[in-house]
Every structure is written in C-alpha cells, then in structure tokens.
Write a protein that binds this ligand. Structure first.
Ligand SMILES: Cc1cc2nc3c(=O)[nH]c(=O)nc-3n(C[C@H](O)[C@H](O)[C@H](O)COP(=O)(O)O)c2cc1C
Length: 357
C-alpha cells in the first residue's frame, strides 16, 4: 500500500463505497495524482492477441465504466486498462446503495446494474483523450433491451475502430437474464452475429468473451467448444476472460454478506482460478485467457499465470490497497518469475495448471 493511500484510507473508508469511488475518479481525473515510476522490464513484456503489453496486470472493468481516467490508471502502473461495461443507451443502474465493502473478507459486493453514460458519450471521451497505452472496451446490453444481441452488435460497430480489444460481457449477475447468453445455443447465435458484423466492418480488433465463475463443467465445455470453433476468418473469439463476480457467499463473515449482487475480491480467488485452469486444459493453450478474481499481490497474479492466464486483471483489491497496487504487483512479479527460474511471462503460462484440476 502506498504511503499516500495509507494516510487517506480512514477518510476514504468514512465515506460509503460508491461516494469513495466517485471521489477517486474525480481525484484521478485532475491529473494531479502522483504517478507510479514506469516499469520497463523485458521479463514482464508480453504479446497477446497481436498486442504488446508492457506488463500483464490490467485494470478490470467496472472501475472506469465511462472512460474518464484510462490514462491516469495506466500512469498508476497498469499494463492495460479495460473500460466499461458500456451499453448502447445511457442507464442509471440499480437504486443505491448498491456497492458494499466487506472489509473483514477483503471483498466487495456490487449490484450496480451497468450504470453508464452510453455508447455515444463514452466514444466521444475516448476520441478526445490521447491514448497512452492499451485500452480495451467492455460492451453490454441495456436492461430494457428488446434485442440484446443487437446491443452487442452496436457495441462492436461503435468501438471497433478505437478499442485495442473488445470484451463481450455476458456474465454480469446484475442484469436479469444476461447470463443466459452463456448457454450453448444463445452463445452460438451471439458469436455468429458478432463475427458477421466484424467481417462486414473488416475489423481485426480482437474480441474476447467474459464468463462467470459459477458454471458447471458441462456449461464450461459448451462455452469452450463454441469459442474454439473456427472458419477461414479465425476462431469465434480471440480469448476468454475468467471471471466475473460470483453469486456464491461461502465463508463470508462481514456484516454485508447478505446483500444481493456479485461478490469479488479475495473469496473469489480459488473458484475463479479453478475455472481458469479448467478452461486452459480444455483450450489446450490455443486461446489466450485473462485471469481475474481476487488478485491482491504478485503471488496471486503469478498463480493465475501458472494456472493458464496470459494476462491478469484486478479491481477489488484496489479498494483496500489503493490505485497504485498494480505497480507494486508488477514489480514483485519480476521477483516471482526469478524465484521460479522463468525469464518471461510466456514461460510461466499454464506451468502449474494441474494444481487446480
Ligand atoms: C463495483 C464493481 C463493478 C463492476 N462492474 C463490472 C462491469 O461493468 N463489467 C464487467 O465486466 N465486470 C465488472 N465488474 C467485475 C470485475 O471486472 C471483475 O471481474 C471482478 O470484480 C473480479 O475481480 P476482482 O476480484 O479483482 O475485483 C465489477 C466489479 C466491481 C467490484
């Protein structure tokens, strides 16, 4: 934890979680937050789906839903930033309170419900900011949409030119029915429509799919088999992101544990890493995977990589450790690689997958 965050943490924790998040976004958008020293270490550099990442630690979507501070987060030490989820039309999301800190469990519960400014406003913001690194755009569907697949088509059309990669998010637990798109038939239809759109646009922007941690083995089999299908244009998706928040509440002690929504942070680490390892085994390393869920230090980032992740992301641990956590993790990840006699991230990917199976 940085000295600055240590100092202001009592103030941050005196606010409710969503107010504190808003204050963080405002502080970051002033450009006055101290930057982390850039990390330039060849062992952390990695190329995945045609993009060159300075380090594998990404900001998970949900923190910067509206692309207000992507450059500021890159300056905090993240190797890439995923903004969103963005829906075609702006929407308010669920009534407040809808974001809860579970400090005793190092966790967060949210039922934000895709509150965001909508495609047009977010596109304008991205166009106006001079990009200083890799920025992915996470797309979703409006809650009251009558054609959800069309909402994702619009997301591809709107952002394919400006995004370094696109994430199709069908795993938020806070939009009723959305997770149904993970079923074999709905997923096939969704991905076929999206690939038709990409072909029409002649878009080469990588497209990833973000899935839930609460899937049974047969559901994961279906998803990976649909994603691995390929034609002359390539595979149905360029990678998988594992995972979104969980509906499970196992082992929690905090007062807010009964709140509805998705749980993230430390209690998600095991189940999301197990799901990652299973997906790695099923895709035999042919599909790059991004490991997300419960990462708060370099050991855990390294565990995800050894379980099959080419890249990782985090969000909840920043609530407890501050925005420059990525910088600390990236620095310590170099030590993890050295301790295990790896010279690069690539060498470590999937090296300990069997531990999780
Ligand atoms: C407040 C909050 C909002 C989130 N919003 C989104 C979102 O809009 N889209 C999305 O794909 N994931 C969203 N997530 C999920 C995160 O991107 C991530 O998958 C999850 O929190 C697990 O990572 P973590 O344990 O490091 O937080 C959100 C998470 C939190 C805590």
């Amino acid at each position: 934890m940085s000295k600055l965050f240590n100092l202001i943490r009592p103030l941050v924790f005196s606010m409710d979680a969503e107010t504190a998040h808003g204050a963080a976004i405002r502080a970051l958008s002033t450009g006055l937050m101290p930057h982390a020293c850039p990390i330039d270490d060849d062992r952390l550099k990695t190329s995945v789906f045609g993009l060159d990442f300075p380090n594998p630690i990404g900001l998970a979507p949900g923190f910067d839903k509206n692309a207000q501070v992507p450059n500021a987060m890159l300056a905090q030490g993240f190797g890439y930033v995923e903004i969103g989820t963005v829906t075609p039309r702006p929407q308010q999301g669920n009534p407040k309170p809808r974001l809860f800190r579970l400090a005793q469990d190092n966790a967060v519960i949210n039922r934000m419900g895709f509150n965001n400014d909508g495609h047009a406003a977010v596109l304008k913001r991205l166009e106006q900011s001079k990009k200083r690194g890799i920025i992915g755009v996470n797309i979703g569907a409006n809650k009251d949409s009558t054609d959800r697949i069309d909402d994702y088509v619009k997301g591809i059309e709107t952002f394919h030119d400006i995004a370094d990669y696109l994430t199709v998010n069908i795993s938020s637990p806070n939009t009723p029915g959305l997770r149904g798109l993970q079923s074999k038939d709905e997923l096939s239809e969704l991905l076929e429509r999206l690939n038709e759109t990409r072909q029409k646009l002649d878009s080469k922007t990588p497209m990833l799919l973000k899935i839930a941690p609460d899937l049974i083995d047969e559901e994961l089999d279906d998803i990976t088999s649909v994603c691995m299908r390929s034609d002359e244009q390539g595979r149905m998706v360029d990678g998988l992101i594992i995972s979104n928040t969980t509906l499970s509440r196992d082992g929690l002690t905090s007062k807010w544990r009964g709140e509805a929504g998705g749980l993230s942070g430390e209690p998600l680490f095991e189940s999301s890493t197990r799901m990652l390892a299973k997906a790695y085994k099923r895709t035999a390393g042919a599909l790059p995977l991004i490991g997300v869920g419960g990462i708060s230090n370099a050991e855990q980032a390294f565990e995800k990589i050894c379980a099959g992740a080419s890249l990782v992301q985090l969000y909840s641990a920043m609530v407890y450790h501050g925005p420059d956590l990525a910088h600390t993790i990236a620095q310590d990840l170099v030590k993890q690689l050295a301790q295990h006699n790896f010279n690069s991230i690539e060498q470590a990917i999937g090296s300990n997958v069997d531990k999780w199976l």
